[in-house]
Ligand binder design. Structure first.
Ligand SMILES: Cc1cc2nc3c(=O)[nH]c(=O)nc-3n(C[C@H](O)[C@H](O)[C@H](O)COP(=O)(O)OP(=O)(O)OC[C@H]3O[C@@H](n4cnc5c(N)ncnc54)[C@H](O)[C@@H]3O)c2cc1C
Length: 489
């Protein structure tokens, strides 16, 4: 029901074909670029068993079976409070921000659970399959990731008019299942167990795309999959100088489907453009919560790094410095307010689950993501130029250079050179390094691009309130009666 870290590690030692930096990886659990994140994922599994953290990360169902809180179908407000608490417990324990570790992606399946009537239009077997998979997640506790984005190629052409594999599609039906070809970008897939694989953003009104309108659970041990990963950050430079890159890099994969058999029981929809449309419109109605929660914790890291720095340098009392710290606090509390209010004003989903308030959640996601670059810049400014000019740890250790660095980086009786070096290295990796830039791009795109975030706001904000107000205030006639906008279904 709840796995242990070692069981998870064993499950991904399955001979999968993983490549990184031109190298064939024989064991992702041992490779230096993957090991840090595999260890964190294993640690989360082990936390589910440890007395101190088990009550926060697990629950017992009515039959007495234990499951992960993260996998629980949300039915009550308390479920959302418990999910938020569990995620915070994990981030506190690992002392950093990891996003794609399962709890942030599993909710995508609940969106399809809400669409069972849409699935039934084609074949009731499909709605049965989604229910089975939601149960299977509860009982087998897999590491579940997300697959949406294809390479796509030339968007001005239909996929049939270029290399048809630019979008993942079905090439054959067999008694055992469907055979698919194509590719998807998937963070963490190389060390995960399964991915909810579904169509990317496209014009699903075109019926000819139906071979491409396919959604399924991909068992990441399946033959025919090739995991071509981008180079990891871990091990590129010393951990002392890049403490976040070496511990928290979540490696992205271009996952190639070279004629992969998807058994019928794993197919969630097929030749069903309306299901593709439905899932694109509702995909993040649950999972955006855990995604945005990570940005709040990232904001905490920026505030902590900036405040420690201005304390070290004696600048905290400057009003202009306090204003910048307050700007960061406003950003952080803006995210906090959206998340808290989204739980306080939950909504019943069409499938009977409890959703975070959709308008508050999606506006919170835009607030968190769109202001992140500016907030990183404020934090960078507060940390000062020393985050990018400070020599590395080796120079602090060397007897010739170390004595000079000791002299110039020792500030007072509270802050010695080593702590100042550590803080500057941390801030550099948070705000300035290659890894920091990667994290920023992750927040920009990993839950679809900004235009899709705004599209979700447009579909879920209730415009009738402002329309009513203006109608009354301007004395407009009843001919312009506002239409009530409701959440996309
Ligand atoms: C670090 C990282 C991790 C990722 N992890 C995952 C993952 O785990 N799973 C997954 O499925 N995907 C993942 N992605 C992929 C991500 O979902 C895509 O990058 C994203 O959906 C954008 O698609 P694209 O890169 O093809 O950009 P494009 O589609 O080429 O879009 C680029 C830009 O073009 C403009 N644009 C394109 N289409 C439109 C439109 N219709 N209307 C208005 N403007 C438009 C926008 O400005 C958009 O930002 C990840 C991406 C990154 C960077």
């Amino acid at each position: 029901m709840i796995r242990k870290g070692e069981q998870y590690k064993e499950s991904i030692r399955d001979g999968r074909e993983v490549w990184v930096n031109g190298e064939r990886v024989t064991d992702v659990t041992a490779h230096p670029m993957f090991k840090p994140l595999v260890d964190i994922r294993a640690r989360i599994y082990d936390m589910q068993h440890e007395p101190a953290t088990k009550p926060v990360l697990t629950y017992r169902d009515e039959d007495g079976n234990e499951h992960a809180i993260a996998n629980k179908l949300p039915a009550t407000q308390e479920d959302w409070v418990a999910k938020r608490r569990a995620t915070d417990a994990v981030l506190d324990d690992v002392a950093g921000v990891v996003t794609r570790v399962g709890d942030e992606t599993v909710g995508e399946m609940w969106s399809l659970y809400d669409g069972q009537d849409v699935l039934n239009e084609v074949d009731p077997q499909f709605s049965k399959n989604i229910r089975t998979h939601i149960d299977r997640v509860l009982y087998s506790d897999p590491f579940h990731v997300s697959a949406n984005t294809d390479p796509k190629g030339d968007r001005s052409k239909r996929p049939q008019d270029q290399d048809p594999d630019m979008l993942l599609h079905v090439v054959k039906e067999t008694d055992a299942g469907i055979i698919v070809r194509g590719a998807k970008y998937e963070t963490a897939a190389a060390y995960a167990n399964q991915a909810f694989t579904k169509p990317t953003i496209a014009n699903w009104g075109d019926a000819e795309l139906s071979d491409y309108a396919v959604g399924f659970i991909c068992d990441l041990s399946s033959p025919g999959l090739k995991f071509i990963c981008r180079t990891g950050f871990a091990g590129r430079a010393p951990a002392e100088d890049y403490p976040l890159a070496n511990r928290f890099d979540e490696i992205d994969t271009l996952l190639i489907f070279d004629n992969v058999l998807i058994p019928w029981e794993n197919v969630l929809f097929y030749r069903h453009t309306r299901a593709a449309q439905f899932i694109r419109a509702t995909l993040h109605r649950y999972s955006a919560f855990a995604f945005v929660q990570r940005i709040l914790r990232f904001a905490d890291m920026m505030i902590g790094a900036a405040l420690f720095n201005v304390r070290q340098t004696g600048l905290e009392k400057q009003p202009a410095v306090q204003e910048k710290l307050a700007t960061l606090a406003v950003y952080r509390e803006g995210i906090n307010a959206h998340l808290s209010a989204a739980i306080a004003h939950t909504e019943r989903s069409p499938g009977g689950l409890l959703m975070p308030n959709q308008s508050l959640l999606y506006t919170g996601r835009v607030h968190a993501c769109s202001n992140l670059p500016a907030m990183m810049h404020v934090a960078r400014e507060l940390c000062g130029g020393q985050i990018c000019v400070t020599p590395d740890a080796a120079a602090f250790r060397h007897p010739e250079t170390g004595k000079w660095l000791e002299k110039y980086y020792s500030i007072n009786e509270h802050w010695n050179a080593e702590d100042r070096r550590k803080l500057l290295a941390f801030a550099r990796d948070l705000l300035n390094s290659d890894y920091a830039g990667h994290r920023l791009t992750f927040q920009l795109f990993a839950q679809s691009p900004p235009f899709a975030h705004l599209g979700a706001v447009y579909r879920n904000f209730d415009f009738s309130g402002p329309l009513d107000f203006v109608k009354k205030s301007a004395g407009l006639s009843d001919r312009v009666a506002p239409e009530r906008k409701k959440a996309a279904e």
